[in-house]
Design a protein around this ligand. Structure first.
Ligand SMILES: [Mg+2]
Ligand SMILES: [Zn+2]
Length: 226
């Protein structure tokens, strides 16, 4: 089936405004078809890694109460919200494949993320995750998939759901796998140099377009470029 062929991850349902033909770039998520909005690049969006980028990195955490903003993330989300672009979280969640938690545990994670976005004055347009891992303990998820970053499947699935033009999109993350996923999808990329990347495996697909100190610094870059 098509979902398998494109390695679509279960993610979560698209928001109501993300119907075919709608233009997410036309305004904030809650106000589609804002005709008076200044023209943005059609189909642009900002993809955000979750752990280490939006949230303080707590490995394999799915407890909502342990989810907290990464340094600079609250201000960064507020700044990104003012760009008027959909903000979409794309996250590797190999804890599913490794048997550390069930996929259902990610529903409260999504709700808490949405609240953290809202508390910063932003709106999370979608949350997509990859539940796979090549060495997973659960056969259903033990796969070399196309959605685990550095592969671009999550970004492509988000583009399909929301009618995005990936060339007009940004990917922001704290390791080079985020950069590579963004480049493979055709996005511009920002690496947050916050100490998360330790291997620095090089390659043309792993060279970020920009490097920023934190999410707020990255959002300032986008203000000048988006
Ligand atoms: Mg990360
Ligand atoms: Zn996957």
């Amino acid at each position: 089936m098509a979902l398998m062929r494109t390695h679509a991850c279960p993610g979560m349902p698209a928001p109501a405004w993300a119907v075919a033909g709608a233009s997410p770039a036309a305004g904030a998520a809650a106000f589609p078809a804002a005709a008076a909005a200044a023209p943005r690049a059609a189909g642009a969006a900002v993809f955000l890694d979750k752990d280490g980028t939006v949230l303080r990195d707590v490995p394999y955490n799915v407890a909502p109460r342990r989810m907290a903003y990464a340094a600079g993330a609250r201000d960064g989300l507020a700044r990104l919200a003012r760009l008027g672009l959909p903000l979409i979280v794309v996250s590797n969640q190999p804890g599913v494949a490794l048997g550390r938690f069930a996929p259902e545990a990610l529903a409260p994670v999504r709700r808490r993320l949405a609240r953290l976005f809202a508390a910063a004055g932003a709106s999370m347009a979608d949350f997509l995750y990859c539940p796979h891992h090549p060495a997973g303990a659960l056969p259903a998820y033990a796969a070399a998939c196309g959605c685990r970053k550095p592969m671009p499947g999550l970004l492509r699935e988000a583009a399909r759901r929301h009618g995005l033009d990936l060339d007009a999109c940004w990917m922001i993350g704290d390791i080079l796998d985020d950069v590579e996923a963004g480049r493979r999808a055709g996005c511009r990329t920002v690496l947050l140099d916050v100490g998360s990347e330790t291997e620095w495996r090089a390659g043309p697909l792993r060279a970020p377009h920009y490097v920023a100190r934190d999410l707020d610094d990255a959002a300032r870059l986008l203000e000048g470029e988006a």
